[in-house]
Design a protein. Structure first.
Length: 179
């Protein structure tokens, strides 16, 4: 029976057979955290628009833009594009991509800042209830923590795999890309 300390060490500083196994195993922790973050992002989106009333009579001012319909449409478009790119990032982080790990970290930082832009404007205008904003904020912070952790793990483990691949020959038929 292996100890938790040894598993932790093998995960963050793989040696010997653990390095070889990186070739064949997906980065399951990063992809799982990415999916947790994506689900949290979707739930936050549902909380934001579940009870938010948007009409032509609403007065909201965000960066000088007073058209609530435009801001709502822009926010929905950002959500859709972000979710599509996050699906791609999760699938690429599964194979230790450092570039998509950086994207995941940037998305996590964006998810920390995001509740304080449009959703807080909705709250201040009285278009979103306080408890829905709180739930939205909690889901956004869960998503942010998941994306940042997944990104760092993808970068760290990917670097360990690339460093190991520099020291060994490619297996027959194996396509090796070392950046």
């Amino acid at each position: 029976m292996t100890s938790i300390k040894k598993k932790f060490k093998d995960y963050f500083k793989p040696e010997g057979i653990q390095q070889e196994m990186l070739r064949y195993r997906n980065n399951g922790v990063s992809s799982s955290l990415g999916y947790i973050g994506l689900i949290s992002l979707i739930v936050a989106f549902c909380f934001q628009y579940s009870n938010t009333k948007i009409t032509n009579k609403d007065v909201i001012n965000l960066f000088g833009i007073t058209s609530n319909g435009f801001l709502c449409a822009f926010d929905i478009l950002v959500n859709i594009l972000l979710m599509l790119f996050l699906f791609m990032a999760i699938s690429r982080m599964k194979v230790y991509s450092s570039g998509w790990g950086i994207f995941s970290i940037c998305t996590g930082v964006f998810e920390v800042i995001r509740p304080f832009i449009y959703p807080i404007a909705l709250l201040r205008a009285g278009l979103m209830s306080g408890w829905l904003y709180t739930l939205y904020l909690i889901c956004s912070l869960i998503a942010a923590a998941s994306f940042v952790t997944a990104g760092f793990l993808s970068i760290y483990r990917g670097a360990a795999l690339r460093n190991y691949l520099k020291t060994v020959d490619a297996i027959e038929g194996e396509k090796v890309k070392i950046k």
